[in-house]
Write a protein that binds this ligand. Structure first.
Ligand code: UGA
Length: 431
């Protein structure tokens, strides 16, 4: 089967490469000619574990990248994986979705399946279907649940495949989708077959529910700080109840990245558009928005004046294992330190994250290639990205390099015993 995937960002690229590994003939389409050139030469525009290796294994064989929508005329399925960024008013901007639909329409084969994989507000699949009216295609909603940092692994080990049809009995589209996803017929993968609207909402509510979990823990961390309870132990105790689950209970600087902040806002807006009030999700957003200010206030209280102080920020990406700086809490923190006229250095384990930080800060932050360079003469060390690898660093050497042995751990990752051994003053969040 030949499949086209429109968009070569995180979602589209992983989808193209994943489907190629499953044996399909895949065309990755993007309007950005530079990206196409880069991909055809075997270079990935994003860093993700195992991504470039897989790309090179299939590139030029059963995986081809092109800017020409014409290849769609050979395909049985077309996955739409373009971005749905946040508009100024908080709603999801659908311009790329509708532009992609317009562009693919002239080339659709009779009975082709158009699969909307991008995160889209409720009602979008119906609108796309109307737009494609007369082409004889079938529209299917198939939201994606990949996490950055483990995206390739998530593709092959997904918990669920959600398929939303206009009508559950639309067999032509259903057969094609089942053929594409037959690798996932196993005991671990749940297939959820539903209508367009439910599938669209499953995506927003999954991300928003996880955001609520995180904000709940961050709120709880505040009472831990006041009372002497430890948020890590509280999370462990709560998470041992299978009904609650142990994941996404980590308190810290809150959620960032290209998905949670945008999707939470888009869900709030969808409630508003339906004359409803998303009280719980709005509260999660409010808690998350206040965390950087709270953290900074704690630092300022201890350091007194940040102006002229050397601040070492460890971590730049929004989470470990990615070069993605979008909505990174580390970046937000660094911007706030710069506003206070502190001298900021940063470090990240991922080379691409350092390159992106270089481009973003353009000399305003000293981007360091080693932890040692970053902490040299530091008045305070800030842990901003959740790397447990920080525990394996040579803290004795670090202690000898800093000006003040002071750590603010915004991700609660450091082993307090290591820190105590090297006599650092340690401030975590709710611990
Ligand atoms: C998220 C979802 O987890 C994916 O299922 C979804 O497919 C994806 O968005 C998307 O919509 O495309 P991602 O943004 O890659 O994935 O990252 P997460 O691992 O979910 O982390 C998001 C943020 O939450 C990070 O800033 C992380 O540091 C923070 N977080 C996570 C916490 O603060 N505490 C936790 O316990 C877990």
């Amino acid at each position: 089967m030949k499949i086209a995937v429109i968009g070569t960002g995180y979602v589209g690229l992983i989808q193209s490469i994943g489907l190629a590994k499953l044996g399909f003939d895949v065309y990755g389409i993007d309007i950005d000619e530079n990206k196409i050139k880069m991909l055809n030469s075997g270079k990935s525009p994003i860093w993700e574990e195992n991504l470039e290796e897989l790309l090179n294994k299939h590139n030029g064989k059963n995986l081809k990248f092109t800017a020409d929508y014409g290849v769609i005329s050979q395909c049985d399925a077309v996955f739409v994986c373009v971005g749905t960024p946040q508009s100024e008013d908080g709603t999801a901007d659908m311009k790329y979705i509708f532009a992609a639909a317009e562009s693919l329409k002239p080339y659709l084969k009779e009975n082709a399946v158009v699969v909307i994989k991008s995160t889209v507000p409720v009602g979008t699949n119906r609108k796309v279907s109307r737009l494609l009216d007369g082409s004889g295609c079938h529209v299917v909603s198939n939201p994606e649940f990949l996490k950055e940092g483990s995206a390739v692994d998530d593709f092959f080990n997904t918990d669920r495949v959600v398929l939303g049809f206009e009508d559950r009995s639309k067999h032509e589209a259903r057969d094609t989708m089942m053929e594409i996803y037959k690798y996932f017929y196993n005991n671990k993968t749940k297939f959820v077959i539903t209508n367009w609207e439910s599938a669209e909402l499953i995506k927003y509510s999954s991300n928003s529910f996880l955001a609520v979990k995180i904000s709940f823990m961050n709120e709880l961390a505040k009472i831990c700080d006041k009372t002497g309870a430890d948020i890590g132990d509280v999370a462990k105790g709560m998470g041992s109840d299978r009904r609650i689950g142990k994941d996404f209970l980590k308190a810290g600087l809150g959620y960032g990245g290209s998905c949670f902040p945008k999707d939470v806002n888009a869900l709030i807006k969808q409630f508003e558009q339906n004359e409803l009030n998303a009280k719980i999700v709005s509260a999660a957003d409010e808690v998350n928005a206040g965390l950087i200010g709270d953290f900074l206030a704690r630092i300022s209280k201890r350091v007194s004046k940040l102006e002229g102080k050397n601040i070492a920020v460890l971590g730049a990406a929004f989470k470990p294992g990615t070069d993605d700086l979008r909505e990174s809490r580390a970046v937000e923190l660094m911007n706030r330190f710069l506003l206070e006229k502190a001298n900021v250095k940063c470090f990240d384990y991922i080379d691409g994250a350092l390159k992106n930080a270089d481009a973003l800060f353009d000399g305003r932050v000293e981007v360091c290639r080693s932890i040692e360079d970053a902490v040299k003469d530091a008045d305070a060390i800030i842990i901003a990205t959740e790397y447990s690898r920080f525990n394996d660093e040579d803290w004795e050497a670090i202690a000898g390099l800093v000006r003040e042995k002071l750590i603010f751990d915004g991700r609660n990752v450091l082993d307090k015993n290591i820190i105590a051994k090297h006599r650092f003053e340690y401030h975590g969040i709710g611990r």
